[in-house]
Design a protein around this ligand. Structure first.
Ligand code: NAP
Length: 274
């Protein structure tokens, strides 16, 4: 199905689903084919002005819902039980696909409210807000190849997307969902380090951004490994060698492994409680 004929419903037009909507509109979805659903008529008015698509509430959108090809569930995990309960009486189109971005809410939980329905559970990350996200997608048994392509195109509108078994979503969350915060943590530390060496704040802030951006683009352009590019910067007994020795002595790589492990365990705990 081409994007310019696709009818889309979005429940909860917040940061993440708002970014997805912007990506979809840029990719060719027509604003008149989208209906957004907010928490109240007042909020719907605000979202309508913000995104330029019709917005209403779930209660008032029953007719529109029965016509959508794609229904995105974009509310916070704690709001999901109420939204799923409201969806129980709804008849969706036979070929409609439901895509949830709620962290921790499983395909089985969504399927209890929407039986015999094609459902995709997605885990995007915040660089999706600038079209550079990395999203994991898992499908239930009702999702066919065309619906898979459709779900993929939603997340490719805001970056890259991969398919995973649902059992790996927690690990994906611990590494890539939380990952932007690890990168920002390292950037913060480098800014502190530059200031401690007497460099000017403006120079250090802009420089650390350019450092991370330039390094990522270099890695992409060279299509090699980070290890290889790291080795290319090192001269024996040179400056980088001394810096890397300090990182190894503090076991910074071990700390990052611990961070991903802790976040993955927490994602597991949260998905048991949702
Ligand atoms: N941000 C991330 O890094 C990230 C990453 C992966 C997954 N996610 C998932 O994405 C989802 C949304 O996160 P977010 O950061 O975009 O949150 P958010 O900005 O708070 O968006 C949620 C939206 O839901 C709306 N809402 C609340 N109750 C509603 C209801 N009953 N019916 C319709 N809309 C309702 C809220 O707006 P109004 O009250 O104005 O209607 C709000 O705009 C979460 O489930 C989160 O787990 C986020």
């Amino acid at each position: 199905m081409s994007l310019n004929t696709l009818k889309i419903g979005i429940i909860g037009l917040g940061n993440m689903s708002g970014a997805i909507l912007k990506g979809l509109l840029k990719a060719g979805v027509l604003p008149e084919n989208v209906v957004g659903m907010a928490s109240s008529p007042q909020q719907a008015t605000l979202r309508q002005a913000e995104y330029g698509v019709t917005c209403t509430t779930l209660e008032l959108a029953q007719d529109a819902l029965s016509q959508v090809d794609l229904l995105i569930l974009g509310v916070k995990p704690f709001v999901m039980p109420a939204v799923l309960a409201d969806l129980e009486g709804i008849t969706l189109k036979a070929k409609a696909v439901v895509v949830s971005i709620a962290a921790g809410t499983t395909l089985a939980t969504i399927g209890e409210s929407l039986p015999n329905t094609a459902i995709v559970r997605a885990m995007p990350n915040t660089p999706a807000l600038v079209g550079q996200g990395f999203s994991a997608l898992s499908a239930n048994a009702y999702v066919d190849e065309n619906q898979k392509k459709l779900a993929e195109s939603v997340f490719e509108a805001v970056g890259k997307a991969v398919w995973l078994e649902e059992g790996q979503i927690n690990a994906f969350t611990g590494l890539f969902g939380s990952g932007p915060a690890y990168v920002f943590y390292i950037m913060e530390a480098l800014v502190e380090a530059g200031l401690a060496e007497g460099l000017a704040p403006d120079l250090v802030e802009a420089g650390v951004l350019q450092l991370v951006k330039g390094s990522a683009l270099l890695l992409e352009a060279r299509a090699t490994t980070a290890s290889q590019l790291k080795a290319e910067v090192v001269t024996p007994n040179g400056t980088t060698a001394k810096g890397l020795e300090a990182l190894a002595a503090a076991d910074v790589s071990g700390a990052l492994v611990d961070a991903v492990h802790a976040a993955t365990r927490r994602a597991e705990e949260l998905s048991k409680n949702v």
